[in-house]
Design a protein around this ligand. Structure first.
Ligand code: ZN
Ligand code: ZN
Ligand code: FE
Length: 769
């Protein structure tokens, strides 16, 4: 009995070898008909034996290609119109787009094997790829994903590649990035004295690296600056030229064994390194390598961790194999500017930093920094979600009533487009502190709207009136603009990840966010759901001296906390920062704080970490964002049980946490010459203790026993572990971020969720229901 069925498959099913995979299965099951991509996903129009359809669905569900992600399979019967063959029909570009764009994927094992096989026709071809691997987002102009809508469009496929492209049994059947050395992009080495092409370009680059040069390497989502990671002079030179004195550099190592040589790896970390995202993984340096190599120390000074990644493009594989040692691979920019992608722009901006360029003639359409992850409580947590992760959809349940654009925050900006049951969090845009980043944000929003076919009815933004993102939001056309409180957005993004609809206790420990009372919030206990929040507790306000300057100079927060702890005086003992900060400066700041000049009130836990890092003698002036807090975490002895006292005071609508006893306890330990390791650990324990204390009070009042830990401070794995562990021990259900960063890189998702659930369309739906 011959039947005809129309099967629609939704999810990530385009540009991942799905059609050839289905063709192969269909062929073995003797089905006939057609396969095509369209705006709905992949459509199969097959006829054959009824039993064959069951096996088809089973094999699709079980053996789908590695980069695909099936969300639904819908089947409908249709009238039989005899099909005589099995074929792929070209894409349909009309209609509303529902398809998802795939993130870039690292070179797969099969391609790596061919890359190093002297008998293979793509031996050492720097642009080898197949349907299971290669660039996607970063070469796309538009959707659906087909070669003509990528920056590969103008490379004319040669006869040999064409044969593979059209052979349904080949791994490269309909591989849109198919190329070989006779038809693909060309590698080019450019030094002041000469230019070389192809394999010679690669050899020249390796030779230059051996001589200590810095090379700008054009990669997948932008330029990297590369130099030998085992050459201390080269590393220091790169630091000086990049004007990056202390911020850690990431390194690329050849394989897992090389990673093991530098760092201690858990199984979870090794697995993360190997994912097709190939992120930078923050790993613990091997204690025995510390201090033995000046170069290795220079990579991440004063840091116990090192960012490590494996090669993810064929060029990387060839470079690492030929060079034979780890390479520094840091983003190709000056500090704080967006990473360079355009060739002319890169030449201009990286001219004074790089000695030479290793480039190619394939255009990067979208800037995409490396993703950064670390393991928190034995699972992956994003520090930066970008290449290899964006723009994969995050599932939203229930579906949103209106399409939304959320423009994100000010630092670590990402934006979010959401529609129906999907939210698309963008790649990392960066800190919106310069024109280039602002331009990158506006251009990327336009690109994503086109790519995903989303026309937002609602625009969500932070409540901070002066954020550039807020101003941009008001310039965009939409039927509604909705401001979402910063810390509510943090909690909502965690709720979105966990499809959590009931109210939770949102524990938000953060650097800074605009509060509804105009204060700088950042130590918040919010009873929150996807639509609203109630502020139940927070850290007692202290003055934030000089606003943003306080974050760069932790000693300023130390003075602020001391003045408060000792009733307007800095206390009797010697000041821990006196050796590094002039007495006159301390005096000026003290008077400024007493007079409350330029010192808005703050409840920030991030700034409390800064203050304590300074009081413990660890860091008084930061060279990069969150350096003091990171060093405080690294310094803490996890076996230490000591803690510090604090007070929790009842107010008319909740509680405040008074850390004056904690500050006095630290000064007592400083006077007794306790080690920074002891103070750092006891402080972490004290933060755990006041968090648990307040959480239990909230539970007694509200009966809410689920807590979401969010805000940038929770990038601190030790603190996350301490607080989550203690809360779980007391019967709380703890939600942590897994799919988006807990820092401001994740708030756009929360903004989108809150705005979509509170906009006119949502309230209308609620009334109708
Ligand atoms: Zn491959
Ligand atoms: Zn070719
Ligand atoms: Fe924040």
């Amino acid at each position: 009995m011959i039947e005809r069925r129309l099967i629609t498959i939704h999810g990530i099913v385009q540009g991942v070898g799905f059609r050839p995979f289905v063709m192969n299965v269909a062929r073995t099951l003797e089905l006939r008909g057609s396969v095509r991509n369209d705006s709905e996903g992949v459509l199969l129009d097959f006829e054959g034996d009824a039993a064959a359809f069951d096996r088809l669905i089973d094999r699709i569900a079980r053996n789908a290609p590695p980069l695909s992600r099936i969300e639904s399979i819908a089947t409908a019967s249709a009238e039989v119109v005899p099909h005589h063959d099995l074929r792929i029909i070209a894409s349909d570009t009309n209609g509303e787009r529902q398809v998802q764009v795939t993130p870039d994927a690292a070179t797969c094992d099969a391609c790596i094997a061919e890359l190093f096989d002297a008998g293979n026709r793509r031996y050492r071809h720097p642009f080898i790829s197949c349907t299971d691997c290669g660039p996607r987002l970063t070469i796309s102009h538009d959707a659906p994903y087909d070669r003509e809508r990528t920056t590969m469009a103008h490379y004319v496929i040669c006869t040999d590649c064409r044969r593979e492209y059209e052979d349904p049994f080949d791994r490269r059947f309909h591989a849109q990035t198919i190329a070989c050395s006779s038809c693909g992009p060309t590698l080019r080495f450019e030094a002041p004295s000469h230019v070389s092409l192809g394999d010679i370009a690669l050899c020249d680059a390796v030779a230059a690296l051996r001589h200590g040069a810095t090379i700008a390497v054009k990669g997948i989502g932008g330029y990297h600056l590369a130099c030998s990671a085992v050459d201390a002079d080269a590393v220091h030179r790169l630091r000086a030229r990049k004007r990056r004195e202390a911020k850690p550099f990431a390194v690329m190592v050849k394989d897992l064994a090389a990673a093991h040589g530098l760092c201690v790896l858990t199984d979870a970390e090794a697995a993360l390194l190997r994912t097709s995202m190939r992120p930078i993984v923050l790993l613990e340096k091997r204690p025995e390598t510390l201090g033995i190599s000046p170069a290795l120390d220079a990579l991440a000074p004063t840091n116990r961790r090192l960012g490590v990644m494996l090669p993810y493009s064929p060029v990387h594989h060839l470079l690492l194999a030929d060079f034979g040692a780890p390479l520094v691979m840091t983003s190709g920019n000056l500090s704080d500017e967006p990473i360079a992608i355009d060739d002319a722009d890169a030449q201009e901006r990286l001219h004074g930093i790089a000695d030479a360029f290793l480039v190619h003639d394939r255009t990067i359409s979208t800037r995409c920094d490396d993703s950064v992850v670390r393991v928190v409580r034995r699972q992956s947590a994003f520090v930066r979600r970008s290449r290899g992760a964006a723009p994969a959809a995050l599932a939203i349940t229930p579906a949103l009533p209106a399409p939304v654009l959320a423009v994100g925050g000010h630092l670590k900006n990402t934006f979010c487009l959401a529609r129906g049951g999907h939210a698309f969090l963008s790649h990392h845009i960066g800190d919106l502190e310069n024109v280039a980043a602002y331009r990158a944000l506006t251009e990327s929003i336009e690109f994503y709207e086109r790519l995903l076919g989303v026309e937002p009815a609602v625009v969500a933004h932070d409540m901070h009136p002066d954020y550039l993102s807020t101003r941009l939001a008001h310039e965009l056309n939409a039927s509604e603009h909705i401001g979402v409180q910063h810390h509510h957005a943090h909690v909502a993004s965690c709720l979105a990840e966990h499809s959590q609809r009931e109210p939770v206790l949102g524990i938000v420990f953060d650097g800074a966010g605009y509060g509804s009372d105009g204060a700088v919030w950042g130590g918040e206990f919010l009873l929150a759901d996807q639509t609203s929040y109630e502020r139940l507790a927070h850290l007692e306000y202290v003055p934030l001296p000089g606003g943003d300057a306080a974050a760069r100079q932790p000693w300023r927060m130390a003075v602020s906390h001391l003045l408060r702890a000792y009733g307007g005086d800095v206390g009797a003992g010697p000041l821990p920062f006196a050796a590094e900060v002039a007495a006159a400066q301390i005096d000026i700041l003290t008077r400024m704080l007493r007079a409350r000049v330029q010192s808005p009130p703050t409840s920030s836990v991030g700034r409390l970490f800064d203050a304590v890092a300074s009081l413990a003698g660890i860091r008084h002036v930061a060279q990069y964002e969150a350096q003091a807090a990171m060093e405080l975490e690294a310094m803490a002895d996890p076996t230490e049980h000591a803690t510090y006292p604090f007070d929790v005071n009842a107010t008319s609508d909740g509680w405040t946490i008074d850390v004056r006893p904690l500050i006095r306890g630290i000064m007592h330990d400083v006077a007794r010459k306790r080690t920074p390791a002891h103070i750092a650990a006891a402080f972490h324990n004290a933060v755990r203790d006041f968090t648990v204390d307040v959480a239990e009070r909230v539970r007694r009042r509200t009966h809410v026993r689920r807590a979401a830990l969010t805000g940038g401070v929770f990038q601190n794995a030790l603190l996350s572990d301490l607080i989550a562990g203690a809360l779980e021990q007391r019967g709380f259900d703890v939600l942590l971020h897994r799919q988006v960063p807990c820092n401001d890189g994740g708030i756009a998702l929360g903004q989108a969720l809150v705005a979509a659930r509170t906009c006119h369309a949502a309230t209308r739906t609620a009334v109708c229901a």
